[in-house]
Design a protein around this ligand. Sequence first.
Ligand code: MN
Ligand code: MN
Length: 425
Amino acid sequence: MSESTEEKTEQKTEKEVLTRRGFIGVGSAALAAAGILTGSAAAGQDQGNTKQDRSKSIPGPANAPLDAQNPDSMWPPSTDSKSLVQAFKYPFAFANKRTYEGGWSREVTVRELPVSKTLAGVNMRLTAGGVRELHWHTADEWAFVLYGNARITAIDADGKSFVADVKKNDLWYFPSGIPHSIQGLDPDGTEFMLVFDDGNFSESETVLLSDSMAHLPREVLAKNFGVGEQVFNNLPKQELFIFKTDVPGALDADQKAAAGALGESPADFAFRTMEMPPTKRTKGGEVRIVDSSKFKASANVAMAMVTLRPGGLRELHWHPNADEWQYYISGKGRMTVVATGNKARTMDFQAGDVGYIEKTLLHYVENTGDTDLVFLEMFKSSYYQDLSFSEWLTHTPPELVMAHLHVDKATLDAMPKDKTVIVPE
Ligand code: MN
Ligand code: MN
C-alpha cells in the first residue's frame, strides 16, 4: 500500500466515524480514536498504553456537533498547508435574522465572510400573503426560489409593468434601480436566496416605499400626486420591510391591472431553470449553466446549478473571469482551495452554507455524503467561464507535463481530454 493510499484510508475511516455514523451508537473507543472524546474520558482509553500517540487528541473544550460537521477542519488532510488560508465558509445558521409577522430575512455579506468581496447573499422567507415591501437598491438582485410559490412585480426602464408567479428552482433578476416586490402565495408562501453583485450589500440598506413616503413633506406628496394632504394621514409610521396581507388573486387580473394603458413590459425578469435541459450530464451528476446568453435580464450575474451524485466530483478547475460565491442546497461535500504562495485549505459544506473562491484559485467540490449534493456556483459576470485542470494537462506538450510530474505517457493518456465538469464521466 502506498503512503498516499494509506492516508486516504485512514482519512475515510475518520470521516465515516464523524459524518456517516454520527455520535449515537458510536462507542467511546471509536470517538477517542476520532479525537472527539475530551479530557478524562479519552485519557481512560490510554490506561495500560502510555506510549499511544496522543497528537490527535483534544483534551480541552470542544463543540462536538460542530467538529463532526467539519471533519476536514478538525483533522485537515495532510495535503493542506500549515500556512493559514482565510475561511471561505459561513453557515446561514450563524446569520443575524430579522423576523416579522409574514416572514424573515438573514444575510451573509463581506461583514460575515470577509473573503466574499464581490457578491452577498440574502435568504428570505415569506408566508402565504407575506410581502417583501416595494423597494429598490443600488445593487443588481439575482434570485433562486428554494421553496414554494411567489408573485413578483416590477416596472422596466420604460415604466411598463412586469408581474409573474415563480416556483421552486425558478430565477428572477432585477437590475439596480428597478423597483420590485415579492409576495408569498398559497399554500405555504416561499423561501428564496437572493444574490447581490456587491459583497457590501445589505438588505437593511434598500430604498423602501414606506420610508420614502415618511420622509417627504406632506404638501409635496399632495402636490406630486394631485390629491389632498389628509389622504396621507394613515401612512405607516415605521418601515414595513416584511408584512402580512391577503394572498393576491389571479395572476392575469394583477397583470392587466398593473399594465393599464401602457401595456406589459416586453422584458422577462424571470427564468424557468428546470425547463432548460442540463448543460452537461455525466454519471457523476449534472450542471445547468444560466448566464446572460440564456437569461437575458441577468446582465451581471451568472449561475451554475450543480448536482453531484454520491461519490461524484466537480472536477478540478478555476474561473479566470470572476470570484465564485456558493450556496449549498442539500447534501454534504468538501472543497479544497489551492491559494497562491503554496497554501491550501479544505473545508466541509452542507445545506445552508455559503462558500467562496477567489478568481483564478484552483478548487474541486466532492460529494462526501450518501445523498445528492446540490449547490449553486454564482459569479459577478455576464458569462460563465471555467478552465479544467485535466484539459490543461492534456493539451500541453506531453513531454513537458511528464517532466514536471514524473508520470508516464500511459498515465497522461488515461486522463480526460475534454472538460468533464463532473466526474465520473
Ligand atoms: Mn430587492
Ligand atoms: Mn468553481
